[in-house]
Design a protein around this ligand. Structure first.
Ligand code: FES
Length: 243
């Protein structure tokens, strides 16, 4: 999977509340994902320009993030605006954290390491978060395994084929009948992958029982990808669609 010009999911939107931050990795690069008080999500390099402390250990204050170590504060553009040890200093604009383009779509937070990415595919209006699954395998192995476990319909009861649709290198859909799951694939490292799973549809339809229904599939899928010996026989009938 290439990094150039791609958008990559770095978490489910609901997992980062306003005023909070979390650390993650993309192709081994450490990133901080944080959401300011207005609700806007940000993805930055997870390293304070002062002495290298992880900013994901810091504190979100309004629309700033403050480093845990010496309290330097960075605005939404990544510029340092305040140094507690020198409160009257006009901070040079050269003190800046590298930041990355960030969008939210399909119930996920997306970023790109490219300055000129291809457009993020248009998303559905509503998505219900399911689970982020962390697997000990490459992103390619995870994508190859998406059809291994048959998906049982929730809205339209009965039997239907399981279809895997590859939207982009990092966005996939698994559907059956009228139900559709979005799968964002995050290459954490060469041997570690996160699958961010959301249900396409309205919360009043899927929240609660619908989430429980598809969570079983998600957990079976993780086992099937990581442990080939335990794959269920039903998986062999899954269809695969390519763009
Ligand atoms: S290391 Fe971040 S403020 Fe010093």
């Amino acid at each position: 999977m290439s990094t150039a010009d791609n958008w990559h999911p770095v978490g489910l939107s609901h997992s980062i509340e306003a005023g909070s931050s979390a650390g993650t990795r993309l192709f081994g690069q450490e990133l901080v994902v944080w959401r300011d008080a207005s609700g806007m999500a940000h993805v930055w390099e997870d390293r304070c320009p002062h002495r290298g402390m992880k900013l994901s250990f810091g504190f979100v204050r309004g629309n700033h993030i403050a480093c845990l170590y010496h309290g330097w504060q960075y605005d939404r553009g990544g510029y340092c605006q305040y140094i507690p040890a020198h409160p009257d200093l006009e901070v040079p604009q050269t003190i800046k954290v590298p930041i990355y383009l960030t969008q939210e779509q399909g119930g996920m937070i997306w970023t790109t390491l490219s300055g000129n990415p291809a457009p993020l595919p248009a998303g559905r209006d509503q998505a219900v978060p399911l689970r982020s699954l962390y697997l000990d395998c490459s992103a390619e192995a995870a994508v190859t395994g998406l059809g291994l476990v048959k998906l049982t319909p929730f809205v339209s009861r009965g039997l239907a084929d399981t279809v895997v649709h590859h939207v982009t290198d990092t966005l996939h859909a698994v559907s059956t009948g009228d139900d559709r799951l979005l799968i964002g694939v995050q290459a954490v490292s060469e041997t570690r992958t996160a699958l961010h799973v959301a249900i396409c549809g309205a919360p009043e339809v899927y929240e609660g029982p619908g989430q429980s229904h598809f969570l079983d599939w998600a957990l079976q899928l993780r086992r099937a990808i990581e442990q080939p010996d335990l794959r269920p026989p039903a998986a062999r009938g899954a269809a695969l669609e390519m763009n």
